[in-house]
Design a protein around this ligand. Structure first.
Ligand code: NAP
Length: 317
């Protein structure tokens, strides 16, 4: 989608991070510091402190402070993005949305529409699409016919989501929060309409979102078997394995950071996912464009809507 409006003159973009939790601290601060197009100007947080930039408790306070902000990076949980996006776009600020862009497809579209109507960028940043071997995998898919494959996305929630109540509340997506990264890669390397079938989920008794999911995806004659699982202390795997009709194979490991072709050596490249996100955000801001692809979230909604549910014991949150 493209917003209306004339070309925007490139300049240093003053950005505020909104929601100073794990991903903001782990990735956004460094990615902004490393990108010459952006300058971290403020943090909006209910509780954080910071030595180098002012911290505001609300976006309203940041806007009222007189700082000439150009953009915000919305790093809050997906359930609480609407008001922040509304306020930012109404004040002419561009918005970078962490993945998933919102708790539902409908809301993600509404956030995109806010940018459309106000002529300011809204970007749904699917970070896994910027993993080092995604472009190679897409080229491989373009040169191969029908394939079968498996997606295995198993991780330890205690390591990646410590104390995150929102993950287990409606709209937090549970195991689909990491799993949607795999879907963002698949739908980028093999674009088109994927049909979902045979979904089953495991539903902890003390949560509103699932701890495991299994389903099949089909696109023309392609067939992919998908397994998402949270397992405390278990082996972690973020892999996509594809076998083409002619016998060639592709294995993406570590969420796209490692590639092996035809059973050959696994090659690793350095991770620069958030560098890629901010580079793309700068491009979109310069062109006043909107980029909100809801395809991965659409598949998650379909899985949740159609799944057979198996109740399981409580999770530790
Ligand atoms: P988190 O550690 O829980 O941080 C989220 C922050 O949002 C909180 O620290 C809080 O910041 C703010 N917030 C505002 N309203 C909130 C509410 N109702 N409940 C909880 N926090 C609220 O979560 P995160 O891991 O950074 O994830 C945030 C987003 O990034 C999610 O969409 C997630 O999918 C995505 N993401 C996470 C990871 C990861 O490894 N964890 C990786 C990639 C993407 P203040 O206290 O500063 O207000």
């Amino acid at each position: 989608m493209s917003a209306t409006g004339g070309p925007q003159v490139a300049h240093l973009r003053k950005i505020a991070i909104v929601g100073f939790g794990k991903i903001a601290r782990d990735q956004h601060v460094a990615a902004i510091a490393d990108n010459p197009d952006f300058q971290l100007e403020a943090i909006v947080s209910s509780s954080a402190t910071h030595e180098d930039v002012p911290v505001f408790r609300t976006i309203e306070a940041a806007l009222a402070s007189g700082l000439a902000l150009d953009a915000i990076a919305l790093c809050t949980p997906p359930q609480v993005r609407r008001d922040a996006c509304e306020l930012a776009t109404a004040n002419g600020l561009a918005v970078l949305l962490e993945k998933p862009p919102a708790a539902t497809v409908e809301e993600a579209r509404a956030l995109a529409a806010m940018g459309e109507s106000r002529g300011t960028t809204v970007f749904a940043g699917w970070h896994s699409r910027f993993a080092p071997f995604v472009a190679d995998a897409r080229a491989w898919c373009e040169s191969h016919d029908v394939f079968h494959g498996q997606i295995t996305w198993h991780e330890d929630p205690a390591k990646w989501h410590p104390g995150q109540q929102w993950l287990w509340q409606s709209g937090g997506l549970g195991v689909f929060d990491p799993g949607i990264n795999a879907l963002s890669i698949l739908t980028a390397i093999r674009p088109g309409t994927w049909q979902l079938a045979g979904a089953t989920i495991e539903q902890p008794e003390n949560a509103e979102t699932p701890s495991a999911a299994h389903f099949r995806l089909g696109r023309n004659e392609d067939e992919i078997d998908v397994s998402f699982r949270f397992s405390v202390g278990g082996t972690e795997t973020w892999s996509i394995r594809l076998l083409a009709e002619n016998g060639d194979s592709l294995l993406l490991l570590d969420g796209g950071g490692v590639l092996s072709l035809n059973g050959g050596p696994a090659v690793r490249r350095p991770n620069a996912e958030y560098a890629g996100i901010y580079q793309r955000f700068a491009e979109l801001m310069a062109a006043r464009q909107i980029e909100v692809d809801v395809t991965p979230l659409d598949l998650v909604e379909e899985a949740l809507r159609t799944a057979d549910i198996t109740p399981v014991g409580p999770v530790t949150i």
